[in-house]
Write a protein that binds this ligand. Structure first.
Ligand SMILES: *[C@@H]1O[C@H](CO)[C@@H](O)[C@H](O)[C@H]1NC(C)=O
Ligand SMILES: *[C@@H]1O[C@H](CO)[C@@H](O)[C@H](O)[C@H]1NC(C)=O
Ligand SMILES: *[C@@H]1O[C@H](CO)[C@@H](O)[C@H](O)[C@H]1NC(C)=O
Ligand SMILES: *[C@@H]1O[C@H](CO)[C@@H](O)[C@H](O)[C@H]1NC(C)=O
Ligand SMILES: *[C@@H]1O[C@H](CO)[C@@H](O)[C@H](O)[C@H]1NC(C)=O
Ligand SMILES: *[C@@H]1O[C@H](CO)[C@@H](O)[C@H](O)[C@H]1NC(C)=O
Ligand SMILES: *[C@@H]1O[C@H](CO)[C@@H](O)[C@H](O)[C@H]1NC(C)=O
Ligand SMILES: *[C@@H]1O[C@H](CO)[C@@H](O)[C@H](O)[C@H]1NC(C)=O
Ligand SMILES: *[C@@H]1O[C@H](CO)[C@@H](O)[C@H](O)[C@H]1NC(C)=O
Ligand SMILES: *[C@@H]1O[C@H](CO)[C@@H](O)[C@H](O)[C@H]1NC(C)=O
Ligand SMILES: *[C@@H]1O[C@H](CO)[C@@H](O)[C@H](O)[C@H]1NC(C)=O
Ligand SMILES: *[C@@H]1O[C@H](CO)[C@@H](O)[C@H](O)[C@H]1NC(C)=O
Length: 500
C-alpha cells in the first residue's frame, strides 16, 4: 500500500498502540535517489525493531574495559535541596521576555540560519521533582511550538496507567495562571510499567512563561517548579548526546570516544550522570574544566522504567540543543560514527546535504535526521594481517602497545560483522528542531514534513565496539586508522594528564 501524502501521515501523532501495530508494516514510500543516499519514509516496523537483539541493554561494557577497582559514586537525590527564589533571575527573565519575538519552530530556512531568541546564561540545574503525592516525577520544561501553536512541554516519568488530568501553573512576571494541559507517553519497546511522558499546555500567542509547575488536580498547591527553557541562538554545528551513564567504569573508553569525536568535529558533549567510577569522574571533571562537556546529574528516583529513564535524558538533550546546535549526534561511548569517504562530520554533512537537496527538489520536506547504519567491530586482526596494517598505516611499536594497554578498540578491533543491523541500533545526526520525540537510535516522532535520510554504508558507518558472540563472517575494515595520527596524540595527552 502506497500513500502519496507522507506529510499528512507524519503530521499525526501515533500514540495509539493498536493503530501503531496496524500501520507498522506499511512502508509508505521508498525512493532510490542516488547511490550515496536513499531516502526512506518508513513507519516504524515492529517486526524488525522490536526484536530480541535490541531489547538487550546496549550499555553493558565489555570485560576488557573494566576498571579493576571500581569505586561507585552515587548521587543522592537532591530533592531535599531548599529552593531559594532569586530576584535577579526574575529581572533577567523579564529582560528576555520583553525582547522575545514570536518563535516559529516549524519554519527553518534551508540554510539553517534560523534567528532565535531566548534567555542566555540563565543557570539551570534540572532535577527530578515530584508531583504532589503522585507517582510522577518531572525533569525539564521547554517552550515549544507545534501546529503553529505555542506550548509548554514538560518531560517526566509516571506509570502508563496513572490516569489523571494535568494542570500547568504558569509563572510570568508576578502573575501565575493555571491552564489545563494534556499528556502523551513516549513509546517504549520494552513495555515497562513506568513511561516517559510529555505534558503539554497550549499557550496564547503572547504568553512567555518563565516557570511552570504541574499538578494533577487544579486546586493542589504545586510541589514542583521548573524553569522553562527557550531555544537559543546558534552556537555550534555538532553536539554529542551521550544519554546516561549508569555504573560506568571505563575511563579509557570514554577518553577514546570523546577525543575521536572531537577530531570528527564534535564541539560540545552532554552526558547524564547516574553513577560512574571515580576514575571516570576525573575524566569528566577534566573535560568540564576544558569547557566542552555538560554533565547533568541523573539521580533517577524510580525503577520499572526502561534503562533508568534513558529516553528522557535523550529527549532532554535534544530539546536543550534546539537552535543551539545544527546537529545533535546521538550515540553511546562504545560507538564511533565514522565517515568512510570524508575527513570529518562537517564534510560528511556537506555531501549528505547536497544529496538531500537534489533528491528534494520540490522542497516538500526538510531534513530531519541522517540515520547511520551500525555493525559490531569486535575482533582484532591476526598477526599476519597486522603486519600489513602496521606497514600501511605506519603504526609504531609504541602506538601498537598503546592500543592494547588502553583498550583502544577503535584502532585494534578492525574486524566487523559483514552484515549491518536492520531496523535497530542505528545512530543519528538529528536536527533538534525537527524532532518531536527521539528514540535511542532514530526519531520516534518528527514534526510535520520532516524527512529521515538513511545514509549509505559506503559513506558512514556506526562502528559499535562491543563483544557479541556470533559465528557470522567478518570483514577487515581499517577506516578508523585513517584518523589515528590525529586522534592518538590527543588520547595520549589526556591519559598522561590524568595519570589514569
Ligand atoms: C528471544 O530470545 C530467546 C532466548 O535467546 C528465544 O528463546 C526466543 O525465541 C527469542 N524470541 C524471538 C522473538 O526471537
Ligand atoms: C526578593 O525581593 C523581595 C521583594 O523585593 C524580597 O522581600 C525578598 O527578600 C527577595 N528575595 C531574595 C532571595 O533576595
Ligand atoms: C492543528 O491546529 C488546527 C487548528 O488550530 C486543528 O484543527 C488541528 O486539529 C491541529 N492538528 C493537530 C495535529 O494538533
Ligand atoms: C481516564 O479518566 C477519564 C475521566 O476521569 C475517563 O474518561 C477515561 O476513560 C480514563 N482513561 C483511561 C484510559 O482509563
Ligand atoms: C518580577 O518581575 C515583575 C515584572 O514582570 C515585577 O513586577 C516584580 O516586582 C519582580 N519581582 C521581583 C521579586 O523582583
Ligand atoms: C488566553 O486568552 C484568553 C482570552 O483572553 C484567556 O481567557 C485565557 O486565560 C488566556 N490563556 C492563557 C494561557 O493566557
Ligand atoms: C481535587 O482536590 C479536591 C480538594 O482536595 C477534591 O475534592 C477533588 O476530589 C480532587 N479531584 C480529583 C480529580 O482528584
Ligand atoms: C524557576 O524554576 C527554577 C528551577 O526550579 C528555580 O530555580 C527558580 O527559582 C524558579 N523561578 C521562579 C521565579 O519561580
Ligand atoms: C559549521 O558548518 C558551517 C556550514 O557547513 C560552516 O560554514 C562553519 O564553518 C561550521 N562551523 C564550525 C565551527 O565548524
Ligand atoms: C574537515 O575536513 C576538511 C578537509 O580535510 C578540512 O578542510 C576542514 O578544515 C575540516 N573541518 C573541521 C571542522 O575539522
Ligand atoms: C605519548 O606522549 C608522551 C609524552 O609526550 C610521548 O613520550 C609518547 O611518545 C607518546 N606516545 C604516543 C604513542 O604517541
Ligand atoms: C522517520 O520519521 C518518521 C516520522 O516521524 C517516524 O515515524 C519513523 O519512525 C522514522 N523512521 C525511522 C526509520 O526511524
Amino acid at each position: 500500500m502506497y500513500l502519496r501524502n507522507t506529510c499528512r501521515i507524519i503530521f499525526q501523532y501515533r500514540y495509539n498502540a493498536v493503530l501503531l501495530l496496524l500501520v507498522s508494516t506499511v512502508i509508505l514510500v521508498h525512493y532510490n535517489y542516488s547511490k550515496l543516499v536513499f531516502v526512506q519514509y518508513v513507519l516504524r516496523n515492529t517486526a524488525t525493531i522490536g526484536n530480541n537483539e535490541t531489547s538487550t541493554s546496549f550499555h553493558s561494557s565489555t570485560s576488557s574495559w573494566s576498571e579493576s577497582s571500581s569505586v561507585w559514586k552515587t548521587w543522592t537525590s537532591p530533592l531535599t535541596d531548599s529552593q531559594s527564589q532569586k530576584n535577579d533571575t526574575n529581572s533577567t527573565l523579564n529582560a528576555f521576555i520583553k525582547t522575545t519575538t514570536v518563535l516559529n519552530l516549524l519554519k527553518i530556512s534551508s540554510d539553517n540560519q534560523r534567528v532565535t531568541v531566548g534567555p542566555k546564561g540563565i543557570p539551570d540545574k534540572p532535577r527530578f521533582q515530584k508531583v504532589n503525592d503522585h507517582d510522577a516525577w518531572l525533569f525539564s520544561a521547554f517552550f515549544d511550538n507545534f501546529n503553529n501553536t505555542d506550548l509548554i512541554r514538560v518531560f517526566g516519568i509516571q506509570p502508563l496507567l496513572l490516569n489523571t488530568s494535568v494542570f500547568c501553573h504558569l509563572v510570568e512576571g508576578t502573575s501565575t495562571y493555571v491552564i489545563e494541559g494534556t499528556k502523551k507517553d513516549l513509546f517504549d519497546w520494552h513495555r515497562n510499567r513506568r513511561r516517559v511522558f510529555s505534558y503539554e499546555c497550549l499557550l496564547n500567542e503572547t504568553s512567555r512563561p518563565h516557570n511552570v509547575s504541574l499538578t494533577f488536580n487544579e486546586t493542589d498547591t504545586p510541589t514542583n517548579n521548573l524553569l522553562v527553557l527557550y531555544p537559543q541562538a546558534l552556537q555550534r554545528n555538532f553536539t554529542v548526546c551521550y544519554s546516561m551513564l549508569y555504573n560506568y567504569n571505563t575511563p579509557y573508553q570514554l577518553v577514546q570516544n570523546v577525543e575521536f569525536n572531537r577530531v570528527l568535529g564534535a564541539e560540545h558533549f552532554f552526558l547524564y550522570r547516574e553513577s560512574v567510577s571515580s576514575a571516570v569522574d576525573t575524566v569528566l571533571k577534566h573535560y568540564q574544566r576544558q569547557g566542552f562537556l555538560t554533565v547533568i546529574e541523573w539521580p533517577i528516583p524510580v525503577g520499572e522504567i526502561h534503562y533508568h529513564g534513558q529516553i528522557l535524558s535523550l529527549n532532554d538533550c535534544v530539546y536543550r540543543n534546539r537552535g543551539v546546535s545544527r546537529y545533535v549526534v546521538i550515540q553511546d561511548t562504545d560507538e564511533f560514527i565514522i565517515p568512510h569517504q570524508n575527513d570529518n562530520w562537517t564534510e560528511l554533512m556537506e555531501v549528505l546535504n547536497k544529496e538531500f537537496e537534489l533528491s528534494n527538489k520540490s522542497q516538500s520536506e526538510q531534513l530531519g535526521t541522517y540515520i547511520v547504519q551500525s555493525t559490531f567491530y569486535q575482533q582484532s586482526p591476526n598477526s599476519s594481517e597486522w603486519a600489513d596494517i602496521t606497514g600501511n598505516f605506519s603504526i609504531s611499536d609504541e602506538e601498537f602497545k598503546m592500543f592494547k594497554k588502553f583498550s583502544l578498540t577503535v584502532f585494534s578491533n578492525l574486524k566487523r560483522l559483514k552484515t549491518f543491523f536492520v531496523g535497530g541500533r542505528q545512530k543519528s545526526f538529528v536536527r533538534p528542531e525537527t524532532v518531536l520525540f527521539n528514540d535511542i537510535h532514530t526519531p520516534d516522532k518528527n514534526r510535520p514534513c520532516i524527512a529521515n535520510v538513511t545514509v549509505s554504508t559506503d559513506v558512514a558507518v556506526v562502528h559499535h565496539h562491543r563483544r557479541w558472540t556470533s559465528s557470522a563472517d567478518y570483514n577487515l575494515d581499517t577506516t578508523s586508522l585513517k584518523f589515528k595520527d590525529r586522534v592518538l596524540p590527543l588520547i595520549n595527552e589526556t591519559i598522561l594528564l590524568l595519570t589514569l
